[in-house]
Design a protein around this ligand. Structure first.
Ligand SMILES: Cc1ncc(COP(=O)(O)O)c(C=O)c1O
Length: 392
């Protein structure tokens, strides 16, 4: 791996760059869902200024009036180069990619390509809530294969759900979250190879949501699903949107393994109408030139994980927190606090701090809450203070 260790990037920590007053001027979901006296540490938006190469690329596009329709393969080429540098993976073939509006709409389109109405889509609960909403909305049936108590994929549970899902000759898909939201689990090459083997054995098609792949700590290796043996018929969705906070600049990439190229080729042309040209410019710049900024972010997140663990140990020892190796989300087991199934509700109403409720994450979510670590040390400290106050 040629990856540069975080510490050498020389960039300042972007998580310490913005004041709360400035953040409160934002109009996005994180800042406008709750009243101003609530501290928001919920939805996956980061409290960072944008990476300078992204600002420059978007500003140049706006200056030029380059705001038409997208063309070309620069986004896929930038991702392929990033994948080679960061993950040692040279298997991302630009000709087997398609630009989609965002990861979730890409997930929906990929699932439509490989399953039919009423078919099963297997997920590892607890998992990102839109996996339930979007899949349910498209007339597929979500089937849970819960993670093990160690927060990792449980091969026996997965095999059993695969067996049930394809019974009677039905088609089925497995919507893999890699790295996993909310636990931050980074699946190993051995785990992913076992998934590929099982999927092939049962004829289940794998769609891997790899949106959090850039946000993996130094020392843990992200393994692209399509890089493991047996994953040739897999499909993946990747994006710069989590790593560089670009959710409002719509774009993502669908990537097919060699055995899924024909499926991807069937994706209707109108899907390509959704991504924003300016979004694609931003994502491309992030992947191509935003490495140092990302490294500085990852260092800041490492520090925030440790800070949260220390604060919880001191002030809320009843909360169980196992820092994950990826994402900027902390999955908190609050069952020992006596706040019932929805501790986030108590934190919000009694502590005026907004975390995500664990309930919409499916089986395994009750008694849990998710906290967004992509913020300053001061906000994390204040969030824990408010959570503690909610217990009084
Ligand atoms: C696992 C996962 N997939 C998809 C998304 C949403 O991505 P997009 O905005 O590109 O649809 C998120 C956002 O947090 C996520 O955590």
């Amino acid at each position: 791996m040629t990856r540069i260790p975080h510490e050498t990037s020389g960039e300042p920590n972007p998580l310490q760059a913005l004041t709360l007053d400035r953040l409160r001027r934002r109009t996005s979901m994180k800042w406008r869902t709750y009243p101003a006296d609530v501290l928001p540490v919920w939805v996956a938006e980061m409290d960072v200024p944008l990476a300078e190469p992204v600002v420059r690329a978007v500003t140049d596009a706006l200056g030029l009036g380059d705001t038409g329709y997208p063309a070309g393969t620069a986004y896929a080429e930038a991702l392929a180069a990033f994948a080679e540098k960061r993950w040692d993976w040279d298997g991302l073939a630009v000709e087997r990619t398609a630009i989609v509006p965002d990861v979730m709409l890409g997930v929906v389109e990929m699932l439509k390509l490989v399953t039919g109405s009423g078919h099963a889509v297997v997920v590892n609960s607890p998992v990102y809530p839109p996996f339930y909403d979007f899949v349910g909305h498209m007339d597929r049936c979500v089937v849970e294969a819960p993670l093990g108590v160690d927060g990792r994929i449980d091969p026996e549970a997965l095999e059993e759900t695969f067996r049930q899902s394809v019974a009677g000759g039905r088609r089925a898909a497995y919507l893999l979250c890699s790295p996993h939201n909310p636990t931050g689990t980074v699946h190993t090459a051995a785990e992913l190879s076992a998934v590929a083997e099982l999927a092939e054995r049962y004829g289940v098609r794998v769609v891997a949501d790899e949106i959090h792949a850039p946000v993996v700590i130094d020392g843990a290796d992200f393994v692209p699903y399509l890089s493991v043996p047996g994953a040739e018929r897999g499909l993946s969705l990747m994006s710069a949107s989590k790593g560089w906070n670009l959710a409002g600049l719509k774009a993502a990439l669908a990537i097919a393994g060699p055995g899924a190229a024909a499926d991807l080729a069937r994706m209707p042309e109108e899907v390509g109408h959704g991504p924003s040209h300016v979004g694609i410019i931003a994502h491309t710049a992030a992947l191509r030139d935003g490495g140092a900024w990302l490294d500085a972010l990852l260092s800041g997140l490492d520090a925030n994980r440790r800070l949260l663990a220390d604060l919880l140990a001191e002030h809320l020892p009843g909360v169980r927190y196992r820092p994950g190796d990826a994402t900027y989300l902390a999955w908190l087991d609050c069952r020992a606090l006596g706040l019932g199934d929805d501790p986030a509700d108590a934190f919000l109403h009694r502590g005026r701090v907004a975390l995500n409720s664990g309930l919409p994450f499916g089986t395994g979510g009750a008694g849990h809450a998710r906290l967004n670590l992509a913020t300053s040390r001061e906000v994390i400290t204040e969030a824990v203070r408010r959570m503690t106050a909610a217990l009084d």
